[in-house]
Write a protein that binds this ligand. Structure first.
Ligand code: NAD
Ligand code: NA
Length: 395
């Protein structure tokens, strides 16, 4: 079929197998061009199909020659109906990994559930024996608790006061005022239940109890801080409470890993266009200004550049530098004082009329469509493609 982008709000309903494949190949080539990383060899990636998790899987496999198991929740294709992009990404990743002689298998299902955890543990037992790294990169709006069956929904709301600021609809370029009512009732608890650290700890406990963690085992999850511009709706909002919980959980997990000489890290990553971040109000305007400034300074990075630097210069360097709160920081270039001062200036000037010039709206849009395999260089979109792609190592 010929596949074109079909958008609704901040999501794209279609995705392109060839474009997704090309994105994965480009990321693999980037990792290979940066040379070998002396990292983990048996890696489980939870949230492995898009964004930072996919970049982590690619970096592990093609930077360190790791065997990888990927867990994700993606929609398979049907006749005349393309899969979700993470499906095509994972198919392309496994095809390339197998070509390179690397072990790579995947599990598609709800990572929050006991069933998917058990299936993953069984696969590790059968194929790898143990893992020496778990990357936890889930981004989900909902979680059904495996013990109680309660379904939690996360919300993106400020805490205390109503939030009022500018935002942009990046499809139309229209800058407008957005106003978000503060969290009420169980909003905070619900968001912490979905995006906090409980499920990360459940995974590590389950693996540890079955003896599936190797001596010197490491695990890492991803967080975000960001500037004062977005603070009320992000870091000091409901999602920020979940990130506080995730970061605190790293210490609890580290304690539990002491007998194995293991450690749990949180890395604070840069703001990037992903399916998750496109859904957050205000963030797209911030990102379009940030991209402009960082590109001008020659310090812009995407997911793959971020994770390559995380592994090479932080995680697997001789020492792993952390901030006062024990977090690894690869948002260091985003948070540079000169970068933030410039973004804050541009923020004041941002209107529908000025944004095309002062912001990188084009870069935002391209990154957004790239997520779904569209607007990718070297792909012929007039070509008939097979939507029914299989993931070779899918269990
Ligand atoms: P993403 O949407 O690109 O990836 C989410 C992944 O989780 C996908 O692989 C998806 O299949 C998987 N997933 C979602 N629900 C699942 C479920 N129930 N079971 C199994 N898999 C499921 O998101 P991302 O932006 O790469 O985010 C990953 C992490 O990085 C998040 O913790 C996020 O907060 C953090 N982070 C993101 C940014 C950013 O700007 N995008 C910045 C810093 C940190
Ligand atoms: Na991810």
């Amino acid at each position: 079929m010929i596949i074109e982008p079909r958008t609704r709000g901040f999501i794209c309903l279609t995705s392109h197998p060839k474009g997704c494949e090309q994105n994965v190949i480009d990321q693999i080539e980037y990792i290979k061009s940066k040379g070998a990383i002396d990292g983990a060899k048996k890696v489980l990636v939870i949230g492995a199909s898009t964004g930072f998790g996919l970049a982590s899987r690619i970096t592990s496999a093609f930077g360190s020659g790791a065997s990888t198991i990927g867990v994700f929740f993606e929609k398979p294709p049907a006749e005349g109906r393309p899969a979700s992009p993470g499906w095509y990404n994972s198919a392309a990743f496994e095809k390339e990994a197998h070509k390179a002689g690397l072990y790579a298998k995947s599990i598609n299902g709800d990572a929050f559930s006991n069933e998917i955890k058990k299936q993953t543990l069984d696969l590790i037992k059968a194929d790898l024996g143990q893992v020496d790294m778990v990357i936890y990169s889930l981004a989900s709006p909902v979680r059904t608790h495996p013990d109680t069956g309660v379904r939690y929904k996360s919300v993106l709301k400020p805490i205390g006061d109503k939030f009022q600021n500018k935002t942009v609809d990046f499809h139309t370029g229209v800058v407008s005022e957005v106003s978000i009512e503060p969290a009420q009732g169980d909003d905070i608890d619900n968001t912490v239940a979905v995006m906090g650290g409980e499920d990360w700890k459940m995974w590590i406990d389950a693996l540890k109890n079955e003896g599936l963690l190797a001596e010197g085992f490491t695990t890492i999850a991803y967080s975000y801080i960001g500037p004062s511009l977005t603070e009320a709706v992000y870091r000091k909002g409901t999602i920020g409470r979940a990130k506080d919980h995730l970061e605190a959980t790293a210490f609890t997990i580290s304690d539990s890993l002491k007998p194995l000489n293991g450690k749990a890290y949180v890395s604070v990553n840069k703001a990037l266009v992903t399916q998750a971040s496109s859904a957050i109000p205000v963030i797209p305007l911030y990102i379009s200004l940030l991209y402009k400034v960082m590109k001008e300074e020659g310090i812009h990075e995407g997911c793959i550049e971020q994770i390559q630097r995380l592994f090479q210069d932080r995680l697997y360097a001789d020492t792993t530098p952390t901030d006062d709160e024990g977090r690894i920081r690869i948002d260091d270039w985003e948070m540079r004082a000169d970068v933030q001062a410039r973004v804050a200036e541009l923020w004041k000037e941002a209107t529908t009329e000025t944004l095309p010039k002062i912001g990188d709206l084009k870069g935002y849009e391209k990154d957004f469509f790239n997520l779904f395999g569209f607007m990718v260089e070297g792909v012929d979109y007039d070509e008939d493609v097979n939507e029914l792609v299989e993931i070779p190592g899918l269990q």
